[in-house]
Design a protein around this ligand. Structure first.
Ligand SMILES: *Cc1c(COP(=O)(O)O)cnc(C)c1O
Length: 365
């Protein structure tokens, strides 16, 4: 550390040059994050000092966190859902598996997850000492539920289904998984980190949430399609006892127990997430999701016009293509199977899609 401080202007000027090295979102087609809604930015500043890690000091903020959980719970068909705001899908998934392990304290516990699962499950299993049993996908990049059934045994503490996979944008057969979970008495965790704020706004979404009795917990990330500032994820649980299973004593805080993984937690981002939901409402979200889906369909149609087929028809605004090229200047990503992957987030405008299609077309000649 330097001995004498550096003037603010000098720091800010250094920081602007650093920021100039960051990609601006406008040609980024690979990210599940997006530009935050301006209201989320304003609210974050308003609540900038608020720490949800000590909720008794920030009662107003803590009440908003409850409202956020209540609102997401009702969107996902469970009035009175329990839960809390996490740092994102990774923390939510870790905590869901921790709950499952507490619920069923067996020896050599295992978790049955789809091949398409986000890499956060690998971290969770490593941390929690769980064997991860990976279920192969069917021909459509969805979990093969019958193979999953064959992998569940007495040591299985949790079954995981993905509603809106990170790579291909498809939804696992959650209805069937819910039946398996009920039959086998295992915790079914639905990872809807991405799809949780997309699927409810589609015309006829597949059932993936608490309307299925077997679903015990759900991850849903406002910092993706919820357009909050980073970081805000949410873990929702069907019962309060699930969260309470994680309680530890916190004698010197204003509350005497906590079930969260993080201690200090950002109030501002969480309140911002709630504000965006409240401000846009179902109508606003439906409009945004319809736009993103419309652009995804236009992208697929355009890519197919250039001879690059979509790997699987997605259910959310993520599409993967059999396409080895990347037009210069655009940021796309590759799936584990090497397919080109594009996420049509709200910042990816119709014009951006048209420009991308034009640029890819020019590479053909
Ligand atoms: C993004 C994502 C995650 C991880 O969420 P983070 O917020 O990056 O920790 C987990 N699961 C799915 C399905 C995701 O799309």
């Amino acid at each position: 550390m330097r001995t004498t401080g550096c003037p603010e202007e000098k720091i800010l000027s250094f920081l602007s040059s650093q920021k100039a090295k960051d990609r601006c979102y406008h040609k980024v087609l690979s990210s599940m994050c997006t530009l935050p809604h301006p209201l989320a930015v304003q609210v974050q500043e308003m609540f900038i000092e608020s720490n949800l890690g000590d909720p008794g000091l920030f009662e107003g903020t803590a009440e908003i966190e409850s409202l956020l959980i209540e609102e997401l719970g009702s969107l996902l068909h469970l009035t009175g859902a329990c839960g809390y705001a996490t740092s994102g899908g990774t923390e939510s998934n870790i905590q869901a598996l921790r709950i499952a392990r507490k619920e069923k304290p067996v020896e050599s516990p295992n978790v049955v997850v789809p091949e398409s699962a986000h890499f956060s499950f690998e971290k969770a299993c490593d941390l929690l000492g769980l064997e991860m049993r990976t279920v192969p996908s069917d021909g459509t990049y969805r979990m093969d539920a019958e193979m999953a059934a064959g992998m569940i045994d007495d040591h299985t503490i949790a079954l995981v289904g993905i509603a809106g996979t990170t790579e291909y944008g498809v939804v696992d057969p959650i209805e069937r998984l819910a039946e398996l979970a009920t039959e086998g008495d295992v915790h079914l965790h639905v990872d809807a980190a991405f799809g949780g704020l997309v699927l409810p706004f589609l015309e006829s979404p597949p059932a993936f949430d608490f309307q299925l009795d077997g679903v015990a917990s759900i991850s849903v990330d406002p910092h993706k399609m919820g357009m909050s500032t980073i970081p805000v994820g949410c873990l929702l649980t069907r019962k309060e006892s699930m969260l309470c299973a994680l309680n530890v004593d916190t004698p010197y805080l204003t509350v005497k127990k906590e079930f969260t993984l993080a201690g200090t937690r950002p109030g501002g981002a969480v309140v911002g997430a709630w504000a965006v939901l409240e401000h846009l409402g179902r109508d606003g979200f439906t409009r945004i999701v319809q736009e993103c889906m419309g652009r995804t369909r236009r992208l697929i149609e355009g890519m197919e016009g250039h001879g690059y087929s979509v790997v699987v028809e997605p259910e959310v605004n993520v599409a993967a293509f059999e396409c080895p090229k990347i037009p210069p200047g655009w940021q796309v990503s590759r799936t584990r199977d090497g397919h080109m992957r594009i996420v049509c987030m709200p910042h990816v405008s119709t014009q951006a899609i048209e420009n991308f299609l034009r640029d890819i077309g020019e590479m053909d000649v």
